[in-house]
Design a protein around this ligand. Structure first.
Ligand code: M6R
Length: 613
């Protein structure tokens, strides 16, 4: 949520910052801005809207300088406007800051600063922080006064931040700090960067230092130093930038979402590569950092996540209960962190997150650890906060996901849960033959997904028929309930069509009142153990003249005669069907959104990685 890039070195800052902002735009796109020291003078340019608006402005009014900070914003305090865009300055106008996160006590700080004569130009919490740092800067005369001022101000802040600070009187220095919002130092041949996401500096910086919560860092063109906000020493590790962390190329695809839908066969292969143990008919997941004995002692599992990640956890619940006969609870991470969920010592917690940075999920993970539970991560972004803070976990290896709508991360998460369920199952009830069968099914899945993707044009035709409706209902049973919820989430977030997903049998308990000729129902009804029940649901909808789009198994002629339209998926073992059933729903939502002229990769009001509460 929001993105930061800052640079100091031998090159002109503006092009590097703009390039970084473009790569980070998926994290927030309400407004963007940059500040540099142009011939020693602080210059700022900021614009409401996408980074392109800033780029257009800068093409006619460039700002020079080899030091600068920049930001792309997802609004928290104050509407999206030029005035609220970052960077913000202090009272002197000589200090500028970019900030990700939320200063929770900003009102109290504002009152204090106002009483001291400070005046403000924006509605943001960030501007208060700029003034607070400026206040301490003015009160200090020591040579390292900028670092000291940032430290002093941050000690008074409650809330979260990743920041980069620039001062006109320190043309060779940038200060950065983090708490609850990621910040990295990038080390390049020609200078240093601060960034909230390594993707912004891929190709420019070869090495990174991931700052930890409570760290404060200074960079010059050729040095970097890290200490703690409390004034202590800080450990840090210099890591090489992995090729997988570099920018994701769109290639010939018109949108990242479509590219990422088509990435799924490979993402699934990467999720299980090297993890299937045919000889023992099980799975190897070394990252869990748990012995077989410890895994066998687990009596209950709690899964926490948000949005799509939570939906994958709901599929995981079904998989683990079915294959390992272990009770599983799936919690909204945002609720879990504040609730007093009863747990017992033999509970294992999984925090699921593509980004590894979602603050609600991170908070839930920390809360579980605080209570003494082992908390593992299922994450995609290598080196993000959750994998670092968890007691172990499983990387998804899905590659960068840029489209705000999660697609390949969902199917990869479900694949990881399938592996976990198989591992736990083989330690309990599953026979070797059942394990082998599942492994065969897992290995066949990417090929089935490739086959399914070949129906893209057919799915587009169905979207042409329905994209103008005002609302849709998504229904499924058992493991397809979360797929229905995920299908509805995809539809509403990128098309803005009202869509909700429910267990199919719930229809008659209230939802059926919504059925009419204008309201299509997407019914997930492949050949499985509840096929006949779903066929009855379909009849109930048709009896009330509701249009039905069925997600059915290839070759199912019966459904074709009952439903108005059918999205076909290849046949597969029941337990593996959720991965297949979710993909036509991704494509259906995608085509509806394109036909409606929506900004598919950057839907309104959203951001890819939600690092505020
Ligand atoms: O990065 P995370 O997986 O933790 O993100 C959690 C949700 O914000 C995310 O899944 C969101 O619901 C999706 N972008 C929806 O498509």
């Amino acid at each position: 949520m929001c993105g930061i890039v800052a640079y100091l070195g031998e090159k002109e800052a503006q092009p590097l910052l703009l390039d970084g902002l473009r790569r980070l735009e998926y994290r927030g796109y309400d407004s963007s801005g940059i500040a540099t020291l142009d011939h020693g003078v602080l210059k700022i340019a900021k614009k409401k809207g996408h980074v392109q608006a800033l780029a257009t402005h800068l093409s006619s009014t460039p700002i020079g300088g080899k030091i600068g900070i920049s930001h792309t914003r997802w609004a928290t305090h104050g509407a999206a406007s030029d005035a609220n865009a970052h960077p913000h300055t202090d009272q002197s106008g000589r200090l500028a800051i970019v900030h990700n996160g939320v200063v929770e006590n900003y009102l109290a700080l504002k009152h204090r600063l106002t009483a001291l004569g400070h005046t403000f130009k924006s509605e943001t919490d960030t501007e208060i922080l700029a003034h607070l740092i400026g206040h301490y800067y003015d009160a200090c005369n020591e040579p390292d006064r900028l670092l000291k001022a940032v430290r002093a101000a941050l000690r008074e802040v409650s809330g979260t931040y990743g920041i980069a600070v620039l001062h006109q009187d320190h043309p060779g220095l940038l200060v950065g700090a983090r708490r609850g919002s990621p910040l990295l130092i990038g080390i390049a041949k020609d200078g240093h960067f601060f960034t909230s996401d390594v993707m912004a500096i891929g190709g420019h910086a070869g090495q990174v230092i991931e700052l930890k919560d409570g760290d404060i860092a200074t960079i010059t063109a050729d040095t970097h130093a890290v200490t703690t906000i409390d004034g202590g020493d800080a450990d840090f590790i210099v890591k090489q930038v992995e090729a997988s962390e570099a920018i994701s190329e769109l290639g010939s695809f018109p949108h990242y979402m479509l590219k990422e839908v088509f990435d799924q066969p490979q993402a699934l292969r990467d999720a299980f590569r090297g993890r299937l143990d045919r000889e023992a008919s099980t799975v190897k997941l070394g990252g869990l950092r748990m012995t077989s004995e410890e895994l066998r002692r687990i009596e209950r599992i709690v899964i926490v996540g948000c949005g799509t990640a939570r939906h994958s956890g709901l599929v995981g619940e079904y998989l683990i209960e079915t294959l390992a006969n272990l009770p599983v609870e799936v919690e909204y991470a945002s609720e879990f962190r504040y609730r007093n969920t009863p747990m017992d010592p033999r509970t294992l917690v999984f925090a699921v997150s593509q980004s590894g940075e979602t603050l609600d999920t991170l908070g839930a993970l920390r809360e579980a650890q605080r209570k003494g539970y082992r908390a593992l991560g299922i994450c995609n972004r290598v080196g993000s906060t959750m994998p670092r803070e968890s007691d172990g976990g499983v990387y998804m290896h899905a590659g960068p996901e840029i489209g705000v709508a999660a697609t390949k991360s969902f199917t990869s998460q479900v694949m990881i849960f399938t592996l976990i369920a198989l591992l736990l199952g083989r330690m309990r009830y599953l026979s070797a033959a059942q394990g082998q069968e599942l492994i065969d099914g897992i290995e066949a899945l990417p090929g089935l997904v490739e086959k399914l993707l070949a129906q893209n044009d057919a799915i587009k035709k169905v979207a042409e028929k329905y994209h103008k409706v005002r609302s849709m209902i998504f229904l499924g049973r058992l493991h397809h309930v979360p797929v229905a919820m995920e299908g509805a989430l995809k539809m509403k977030e990128i098309t803005y069509i009202n869509a909700e997903g429910y267990p199919a049998a719930e229809l008659k308990h209230g939802i059926i009142a919504l059925i009419d000729e204008e309201t299509p129902t997407v019914l997930i009804c492949p050949k499985d153990s509840v096929y006949d029940k779903n066929a009855s649901t379909l009849q109930e909808i048709k009896a009330r003249k509701g249009p039905v789009i069925a997600v059915a198994t290839e070759g199912d002629t019966q459904i074709g005669t009952l439903a108005d339209d059918v999205l076909y998926i290849p046949d597969a073992p029941e337990i593996l069907q959720p991965i297949l059933a979710s993909i036509p729903l991704q494509l259906f939502a995608y085509h509806c959104a394109v036909l409606l002229g929506r900004d598919v990769d950057k839907p309104r009001n959203l951001a890819k990685s939600v690092t505020v509460e």
